[in-house]
Design a protein around this ligand. Structure first.
Ligand code: SF4
Length: 63
């Protein structure tokens, strides 16, 4: 996992990813999800993976 992005066309703004991993995902002022920390480290890796697995529309993409 090098870098993650949100596919805003798919994202439902459900807030699942932010509740699982608020260190990485947050709502911005437009109500979109923003990846506030693109550097995924050992600590956040598992949470990011969990968020990806739980996103209902697979809008969290690995690049
Ligand atoms: S879990 Fe998926 S659909 Fe829900 S806010 Fe996060 S990216 Fe969007």
């Amino acid at each position: 996992m090098e870098k993650i992005t949100i596919n805003n066309e798919k994202c439902l703004r459900c807030g699942m990813c932010t509740s699982i991993c608020s260190d990485v995902f947050e709502f911005n002022d437009n109500g979109d999800i923003e990846v506030k920390n693109e550097n995924i480290n050992e600590e956040t890796k598992n949470d990011v993976k969990e968020a990806m697995d739980n996103c209902p529309v697979e809008a969290i993409e690995e690049n």
